[in-house]
Design a protein around this ligand. Structure first.
Ligand code: G6P
Ligand code: ZN
Length: 611
């Protein structure tokens, strides 16, 4: 007898021809992999390591387990997953979607193309309309920030919680602990891969869907609440204003185009390197694949703005644009430039804080500001003048987030909404609209300030250099530079640091090359919000004239150790404010090398990068 065929042909197709969609959970046996301890900003490793058997899976499972043990409602929850578009981004997203399904997550949010910048992820977690579903429990950001991307370069993953900020140390410690004992992970391997190229709602099974939404949507909407886009548009309408923005082939491209072309009508060609690439342009590109906005790596922008990598003016075929800026791979960093002028990140922070009243979000008054310890002390002077609380925290954005979230704890007279601005020397600046540093925010802050200073079209344009020089004339100038020694032998670097700590007490009061060390210590931070103590956050040497130098080991490197030496010399408004920063801090650098015995310990005679 003939077998009965289903009466409905669609049922027939669904039963026999469509790929099998199954929510069946597979338990895969695994074992711990050494070295999965998250650093300053998540877990970063060589891409091939991440592609290795179970490497990503072990870490993701360890996150889910840590969340469950913290009481986070993973089951039935909404989770966001996206990255900066580097090599392995889309593959990793598909794996995490299937593991999220196995962990009981009912909805995954993804930016189009699997893209979300780090600040956009924070904005999505904090502000995206849950559309009747559960608000997100947090999100995975797939990025190694400014580290090069590619199969032979770096990959990274970071978990941000429901406040949109990096997981606190308590959680990352738990995650790490889980990676050392993990025995199995769970995955719905019967789920198909999801198309991420266009906005869509993919209902994969009963109780599990993946929603792909335009990656720029929520971040741009939030920035429109922070800034007066209309006023900035007027600046773009001035004939004497022009700009260039370098997305360095990182994730910022779509955001840059949406804002500069879409909102402000910037001239064609204003956005360069605005196509996200898996290798950020690779070795043969001008940045050699280093999507890192600084004088060394943002080669095209720096040249277009009329400077060389030492920050010195060069001849240009036509006058440089009036404003220039760049972002890193995941677009949380920024570099600000004027025509033949580089604004150091520390100065940028101080200027933004001093001019915060130009930004609508801060109209009601800035309640507090903060900087990381190695960032120059220029902002301290502004905070003092404004009479607002000021905080000095260790390197790492999570410390700022804690202060912003503290509500009444750190600011007894403030409501939980805290107009806050903070920043770091490492080209990161931002506010309390999200819980990450925000490359686009910093640029818009500058454009808003310029817009406010250029309301009269009949007057010549007030540019970045004019604003910064007026700032120095008022507060004095904190000459500043950072020397980086990359890929140093880790043991040698640690020995050098330990030796310096041991020497510190003996050096206080001594004079080297005519400069007297007035104090020296290892920076330690007592978090006024949660009472936690962070030790070993950098070796400080202060001089009687207000200069200082600081040594720290980077927490974001992948190979060996990176030694960072931060140099700062204060000159009051009455002093010479127009010197070149690298020249001014050079003698201080020599003292630092002498004190640290860096050459003896590491064999390095020159820094790899000066910024
Ligand atoms: C990341 C963090 C920043 C930090 C920077 C430098 O970008 O988000 O908060 O300042 O790394 O870290 P490092 O440890 O390499 O100096
Ligand atoms: Zn970054």
């Amino acid at each position: 007898a003939l077998k009965a065929r289903p009466a409905n042909p669609l049922e027939f197709i669904g039963k026999y021809l469509l790929p099998k969609v199954s929510m069946e959970v597979t338990t895969v046996v695994t074992k711990p992999i050494a070295g999965q301890k998250p650093g300053t900003s998540g877990l970063r490793q060589k891409t091939r390591t991440f592609m290795g058997e179970s490497y990503l899976q072990n870490f993701v499972q360890s996150v889910f387990d840590a969340l469950v043990s913290e009481g986070v409602a993973v089951k039935g929850g909404t989770l966001c997953v996206s990255g900066d578009g580097r090599y392995f981004n889309s593959t990793a997203i598909q794996i995490i979607i299937k593991m999220a399904a196995a962990a009981g997550v009912t909805r995954v949010w993804c930016g189009t193309g699997g893209l979300l910048s780090t600040p956009a992820m924070s904005a999505v977690i904090r502000t995206r309309d849950p559309a009747g579903g559960a608000a997100p429990i947090g999100g995975f950001i797939l990025s190694a920030s400014h580290n090069p991307g590619g199969i032979d370069e770096d990959f990274g993953i970071k978990y941000n919680g429901e406040n949109g900020g990096p997981a606190p140390e308590k959680l990352t410690d738990k995650i790490y602990k889980n990676t050392t004992t993990i025995a199995e992970y769970k995955i719905c391997s019967g789920l198909p891969d999801v198309a991420l190229d266009a906005p869509a709602k993919h209902k994969l099974a009963d109780g599990f869907e993946v929603v792909v939404f335009p990656c720029v949507e929520d971040h741009v909407a939030l920035l429109k609440k922070v800034f007066d886009f209309g006023a900035i548009k007027k600046l773009f309408e001035r004939k004497d204003f022009s700009m260039i923005y370098d997305s360095m082939n990182g994730v910022q491209g779509p955001y840059a185009k949406a804002i500069f072309y879409g909102e402000f009508g910037a001239a064609p060609g204003s956005c360069i390197n605005a196509e996200p690439k898996e290798d950020f342009g690779g070795h043969d590109s001008p940045s050699h694949g280093h999507a890192d906005p600084n004088l060394t790596h943002a080669v095209e922008l720096v040249a277009a703005m009329g400077l060389n990598k030492m920050g010195l003016p060069i001849e240009t075929p036509k006058p440089p644009p009036s404003f220039g800026a760049a972002a890193d791979g995941d677009a949380d960093r920024n570099m600000i430039m004027g025509s033949k002028f580089f604004c150091s990140p520390s100065d940028s922070l101080a200027v933004i804080v001093a001019n915060a009243q130009c930004i609508p979000w801060y109209k009601g008054g800035l309640k507090a500001c903060a900087r990381s310890m190695p960032t120059s002390m220029a902002t301290d002077l502004v905070a003092k003048k404004l009479g607002i609380p000021f905080f000095e925290v260790p390197t790492g954005w999570k410390f700022f987030g804690n202060l912003m979230d503290s509500g009444s704890a750190a600011f007894p007279n403030s409501p939980s909404y805290i107009p806050f601005i903070c920043g770091e020397e490492s080209f990161g600046t931002g506010g309390d609209h999200v819980r990450e540093k925000d490359g686009m925010w910093a640029v818009l802050a500058w454009l808003q300030i310029l817009a406010a200073k250029n309301t009269d079209p009949s007057k010549p344009l007030v540019g970045v250099a004019d604003v910064v020089m007026a700032h120095w004339a008022e507060y004095g100038r904190n000459y500043y530079a950072r020397y980086d020694y990359d890929g140093v032998d880790k043991a040698a670097a640690e020995k050098m640091m330990a030796a310096m700590v041991a020497e510190q007490p003996k050096l206080i009061g001594t004079t080297i090359n005519g400069m007297t060390i007035s104090s020296a210590d290892m920076f330690e931070y007592n978090d006024s919000v949660d009472g936690s103590i962070s030790k070993n956050q950098g070796i400080r040497f202060m001089f009687s004239d207000g200069s200082r130098f600081v040594f720290r080991l980077s927490g974001t490197g992948v190979v060996g150790a990176t030694i960072r030496l931060y140099l700062e010399k204060y000159t009051p408004p009455t002093g010479d404010l127009s010197l070149h920063a690298f020249d001014v801090i050079k003698p201080l650098g020599e003292i630092a090398l002498q004190v640290s015995k860096l050459v003896e310990f590491t064999g390095r005679t020159e820094p790899s990068v000066i910024t």
